[in-house]
Design a protein around this ligand. Structure first.
Ligand code: F6P
Length: 364
């Protein structure tokens, strides 16, 4: 009799609309093969304390593909290779507890782990793979900054939300003849800013890939003013910075977090623009609104396809890989090809050319 494969699945890092669709597809595609799926709670934490490991059945994932968030919970802390642990003296020290993860994985007789996450969580998955856990990764992030996949799910939803917000800001900006600076997420890549700014008819779009010149930004706003448009919409990516300047961050935040929290450039820019142009200026940070709520149809489809493809790859025993969209196919990409790399907006992309050709300033 053929072995009944036992798949473990977790979701790690910041949530992204579409995570539940991946879970639904993994469970259903496994059920189709008569395999079993177990949900690991809160990223890798559920493989340290295994009390909440749950069997996922078609009933438990019925029609969750249209919902936001993740039924498994997630965190961007809790890297088992660098886990903050309080010692007997009450001090927090960083320990490698990955052996425990491997031990629990084997004790629970799992055959493989489908790790759904961004660069951080996929990096952990790769390290666990090197310690003997058969892993298949599924890339997720609203930032769309993972290499070797044309797109990640969550991105389309984030762009749609940001575009709608920009659309709404046009009317209030116009009524008050104000400059509105909209800060969007994206970490060190400008995909969300560029795509939402373009769709939302922003006047200025500032992205990390193109360091900006504040003088040129203000010249553009004043030129619009002279030509009869007395308001302006500036969309800025949280990771954008002035030429020769630095990215603004808020430090590491919570204990156990690996990356710094970005943000603050919108407020900084708004103050500078107000001083230089003399125009009333306001800043808005869209923040986690971009990650909340239901996934768009596009994100649902990508997420369902990624989930089903991950199960197929498990069947082919291509471990240490990640699913990646390479239209019209979904391929298995070795994890080592994506770890430590960022997919930035290529400067020669037609999206950048389009922005320039329709009169949008990119601040350079
Ligand atoms: O990576 C997704 C993302 O939303 C980034 O765009 C943003 O910088 C970060 O996560 C925010 O993290 P947190 O949810 O921990 O504040």
């Amino acid at each position: 009799m053929e072995k009944r494969i036992r798949i473990a699945i977790n979701t790690g890092g910041g949530d992204a609309p579409g995570l539940n669709a991946v879970i639904e597809a993994v469970v259903m595609a496994a059920y189709y093969r008569n395999w079993e799926v177990y949900g690991i709670k809160n990223s890798y934490a559920g493989l340290l304390n295994t009390d909440e490991v749950m069997r996922l059945t078609p009933e438990s994932v019925s029609h969750i593909s249209n919902t936001g968030g993740t039924i498994l919970g997630t965190t961007n802390r809790g890297n088992p290779f660098m886990m903050p642990v309080t010692n007997l003296a009450g001090e927090v020290e960083i320990r490698d507890v990955s052996d425990k993860v491997v031990e629990n994985f084997k004790r629970l007789r799992f055959d493989c782990l489908i790790a759904v996450g961004g660069d951080g969580s996929l990096g952990i998955a790769y390290q666990l793979y090197k310690k003997g856990i058969p892993v298949v990764g599924v890339p997720k992030t609203i930032d769309n900054d993972i290499c070797e996949t044309v797109i990640t799910f969550g991105f389309d939803t984030a762009v749609s939300i940001a575009t709608e917000a920009i659309d709404r800001l046009h009317t209030t900006a116009k009524s008050h003849e104000r400059v509105m600076v909209v800060e969007v997420m994206g970490r060190h890549a400008g995909w969300i800013a560029l795509n939402s700014g373009l769709s939302g008819s922003a006047d200025v779009i500032l992205i990390p890939e193109i360091p900006f010149d504040i003088g040129k930004v203000c010249d553009h706003i004043m030129e619009l003013d002279v030509n009869g448009q007395h308001y302006a919409i500036v969309v800025v990516a949280e990771g954008a910075s002035p030429a020769g300047g630095r990215v603004i961050d808020k430090g590491k935040g919570e204990v156990g977090r690996q990356d710094v929290m970005l943000g603050g450039i919108g407020e900084y820019l708004a103050k500078d623009i107000a001083v230089r142009t003399g125009k009333e200026t306001r800043s808005i940070v869209l923040g986690h609104l971009q990650r909340g709520g239901n996934p768009t149809t596009f994100d649902r489809l990508i997420a369902l396809r990624f989930g089903a493809a991950a199960v197929r790859i498990v069947g082919e025993k291509k471990f240490g890989t990640m699913v990646g969209l390479d239209p019209p196919h979904i391929k298995a990409v070795p994890l080592e090809k994506i770890i430590g790399r960022i997919k930035n907006v290529p400067l020669d992309t037609d999206t950048i050319k389009t922005a320039r050709e329709i009169g949008i300033s990119l601040g350079d």
